[in-house]
Design a protein around this ligand. Sequence first.
Ligand code: HEC
Ligand code: HEC
Length: 287
Amino acid sequence: MKRIKYLFIILASSGFALLVTPTFAATTSQEEAISRGEYVFHIGGCASCHTQDQPLAGGVELVTPFGVFIGPNISPDNQHGIGGWSNAQFIKAMREGVSPKGEHYYPAFPYTSYVNMLEQDLLDLKSYLDAQEPVSKSTLPHKLKFPYNQRTLLGIWKLLNTTNKWVPDPNQSAMWNRGGYLANGPSHCTQCHSPRNFIGGLQVEAGLVGNKQGPEGESVPPLLGVSEAGFGTWTKEDIAFSLEIGMTPEGDFLGGSMSHVLENTTGKMTTEDIEALATYLYLLNNP
Ligand code: HEC
Ligand code: HEC
């Protein structure tokens, strides 16, 4: 009798454990995914183009030589945002620039850099986005010049422009590789600091040599091949300081579109990630 009672207790408690443990583990791992995803949202600089007045509700205007793009609503609203998307649909949009309906996105959405994002980072980012407030607000259409307003032409554009795949270098340190991942992947420094061809295709293989015709028509300075003066003479600490505080060693404050990067991307990075970016940029110039 006693034995049966013990057996019952063991069964009951193990059953309890089975019932309780998985749900508990699921909640904590989900919360962890959301908080990791929030950080991915920052290093990806998503707010720069998708947050104007309300978080994730879009409406940011991006002035380019092809016309004005409007960052869309990416809140989890089912009608106006990206609510209800599967993980696979989200990853395809982020890496390939293809919508769930099979339409091509304009490369003003920097998927030509996000193609390099790790799957885990994208899944965490999706968990974070799913956990935000849905905003029921439609996005205004882009104001593009002909022929750029023909979305179907983007299929041809994609065939003509490479995907800018970045691969880690096993001969470099983990720090360098993290910096390379940030610059070429989520933090998309190449999008502005590398040149583009006449149809807006990113020429990443040219390196971070700057772009005289950057976003909003401004000139984006080179982060490579500047030996005589300027960036080429910056120490690793100078670079880190400029990315954290926005001030150059000459005491100038960085402005233009870089101010959005400082506010939404590098200004929200951990000290380790700032150091990784600084290491990568320093060693590119001082191998
Ligand atoms: C430089 C500006 C810019 C940045 C940075 C940016 N986006 Fe976008 N995004 C856009 C534009 C513009 C579009 C619309 C593209 C189109 O209409 O073809 C877009 C479209 C999207 C879409 C598709 C929305 C839909 O309704 O189909 C998703 C999802 C998205 N972005 C997520 C993100 C996430 C997540 C980040 C951060 C990791 C991010 N974007 C960063 C500009 C940007
Ligand atoms: C949206 C476009 C854009 C993106 C993305 C961008 N930058 Fe910049 N960056 C600029 C512009 C424009 C300037 C010039 C600012 C000025 O002169 O006030 C600049 C300046 C700089 C400078 C100062 C260089 C000098 O010689 O003064 C550094 C360093 C820099 N960027 C690093 C980065 C890094 C690292 C990233 C990625 C995390 C990045 N940038 C992403 C547009 C961009």
